[in-house]
Design a protein around this ligand. Structure first.
Ligand code: ATP
Ligand code: MG
Length: 560
């Protein structure tokens, strides 16, 4: 295509609300345009990139034997009532009424619709396993839409769902889908990790997230510096440690006036936070409990919730009513159940609150204290890897994909049964598999940019090659040579952009670099005098002179 035929509204400045590089560059390169909070239009260059990502996803899903379907964005509330999610799903679910007063929602995901389809059309075990996918718009009324299309309210997802007779079959498809995801993210040129994940509100057992490694990532992921172990920080499970330390100190009550935070106390007593114990009081159904953790560790709310059910931190009044002194709560003499994190219960000669105002204990030990032990904390950098190999490293990640084994959560509630081999009805078992198609674009840019703009990998660049003729509108020789080369490229099936604008060379260079087009050919009268063109790759500063006659074969040899 020619630049004059296209809307490529590049801009020098990024809007104020664009906090991360991908958001800034997607706006500046004219890929997207903001309509309202969390709502973006894809402009022509953005659509070209989007279509490329979609094509890769589609090809790999087809290869995996999944069938493409297209389900409505608008979903009737009855289906969500059947699955039980109408009440469960929070305000992210956009609900509305039609003119007849019937309730609907905008689909944030499609388990209900696909399970309803399966219940209607999959009748016999002979049809199983079967899997479906779609590439389609989702709506989630995110509390804080931000980072452009990274966390928007309307976005495009590839969602897939599989139906099985038993767990073994589900596991097989799940593993195949894991491989398909690796193939997709490899082809997209992303530096990513597959990590063990928490399956969250969607339910089910096994789950992996695919994270693109980037500083701006919203999630912390942990991996071993020696083995393949990788998990979402929330999911890193620790087991009870061997007690290696033996108490030596004498328990002493010390005055720690007004020093109530772990930092203040550790500082005041000149000890490491890791030998201090913090005690949190939480409110659970039917009462209160105390949780004890090492001072340098953080409570993992998901682990605590899995263990104790829904809970919240006790208020100041609650703490008072229990006769406890906020900031000086310890582990001795509590009237409520005490649950101690494994790494806190492995301590000896520790510091903790004395359960009296302005006082802490040093040289404290667990002897004589009643408690239960549990895994309650988040992983920290340098922890032993749970597989026993190496130490944990923590990096930031952007979640671009998520696969779950759903079990029969939806199929049971929505009666997706088949006639089994024995003639009896069997509830199917399900898997679901999502990729944030639009988020992938932003994630790719987070990994591929420099101070001039985007450096798209060839697989998703809006064009493969840009021809920049200098004085295209003045020199007929340059124009003829550029037009001829452009035609040759088109004929050879190369996606080429001819910059035919009456612009200064600097502007044309800057725009193509901002857009991240991988290969650039420059043509000028000077080059023409020597029968040459100039070639430059977007990801390499070196410029090469190439014979005009070889400009096609040269580019072909550069393309993947
Ligand atoms: P997140 O934790 O980032 O909110 P999620 O766990 O809610 O993601 P899923 O329900 O698993 O996401 O959706 C599948 C994929 O859709 C995610 O892996 C992500 O790539 C993408 N996605 C989810 N929410 C958004 C959003 N608001 N904007 C863009 N992409 C999203
Ligand atoms: Mg979400």
């Amino acid at each position: 295509m020619k630049t004059t035929q296209l809307l490529i509204p590049t801009q020098k400045e990024a809007p104020n609300d664009a906090k991360i590089i991908s958001h800034q560059l997607m706006i500046r390169a004219g890929l997207i345009s903001k309509l309202a909070s969390g709502l973006y239009s894809y402009l022509p260059m953005g659509v070209r990139v989007l279509k490329k990502v979609e094509a890769i996803v589609r090809e790999e899903m087809d290869k995996a034997g999944s069938q493409e379907v297209l389900m409505p964005v608008t979903q009737p509330s009855e289906l969500w009532q059947e699955s039980g999610r109408w009440d469960e799903y929070g305000p992210e679910l956009l609900r509305f009424h039609d003119r007849h007063g019937r309730e609907f929602c905008m689909g944030p995901t499609h388990e209900e619709v696909i399970t309803n389809l399966a219940a209607q059309y999959i009748r016999s075990y002979k049809q199983l396993p079967m899997s479906f996918y779609q590439i389609q718009t989702k709506f989630r009324d995110e509390i804080r839409p931000r980072f452009g299309v990274m966390r928007s309210r309307e976005f495009i997802m590839k969602d897939a769902y599989s139906f099985h007779l038993d767990q073994e079959s589900l596991q097989k498809t799940y593993d195949a889908m894991h491989q398909t995801y690796c193939n997709i993210f490899d082809r997209l040129g992303l530096d990513y990790r597959s990590v063990l994940a928490d399956s969250g509100s969607i339910g089910g057992d096994a789950s992996h997230e695919f994270h693109v490694l980037a500083q701006s990532g919203e999630d912390a992921i942990c991996f071993s510096d020696e083995s393949d172990y990788a998990a979402n920080i929330e999911k890193v499970a620790f087991s009870k440690q061997a007690n290696i330390c033996s108490p030596k100190a004498q328990e002493t009550e010390v005055l720690t006036k007004k020093k109530s935070s772990i930092e203040e106390v550790a500082d005041f007593l000149s000890v490491e936070k890791s030998i201090c114990i913090k005690t949190l009081i939480i409110k659970v159904v039917g009462g209160f409990k105390a949780l004890a953790l090492r001072g340098d560790h953080e409570l993992n709310e998901i682990k605590a919730q899995n263990l104790l059910g829904e809970f919240e931190l006790a208020s100041d009044e609650d703490i008072k009513s229990l006769g406890l002194k906020k900031g000086f709560i310890g582990v001795k003499g509590l009237d409520i159940e005490l649950i101690v994190d494994y790494s806190a219960s492995a301590l000896c000669d520790f510091v903790c609150g004395a359960n009296e105002w302005d006082k802490h204990l040093t040289g404290a030990n667990w002897k004589g204290i009643e408690f239960v032990e549990a895994d309650l904390r988040n992983a920290t950098e340098g922890d032993e890897s749970p597989d026993g190999q190496g130490k944990l490293v923590i990096k930031r990640g952007i979640e671009v994909g998520h696969i779950f084994q759903l079990g029969d959560k939806y199929s049971k509630a929505m009666k997706a049964n088949v006639i089994g081999e024995s003639g009896k009805a069997v509830t199917t078992t399900m898997g679901c598999y999502g990729i944030g198609v639009t988020r992938v674009i932003a994630a790719s840019i987070e990994q591929n940019y420099d101070d001039r703009g985007i450096i798209f990998p060839e697989a998703i660049a809006p064009f493969q090659v840009v021809i920049v003729p200098i004085n295209y509108n003045k020199s007929t020789r340059v124009k003829d040579l550029a037009d001829k080369l452009y035609q040759q490229y088109l004929k050879a099936g190369i996606e080429v952009l001819l910059d035919d604008r009456k612009e200064r060379a600097g502007i044309m260079f800057a725009d193509s670099e901002l857009l991240g087009i991988p290969h650039r050919i420059v043509l000028s009268d000077t080059h023409a005098d020597n029968g040459m063109v100039e070639y430059k790759a977007r990801n390499n500063a070196e410029k090469l002179e190439v014979h005009y006659d070889e400009a096609l074969s040269f580019i072909q040899s550069q393309l993947l």
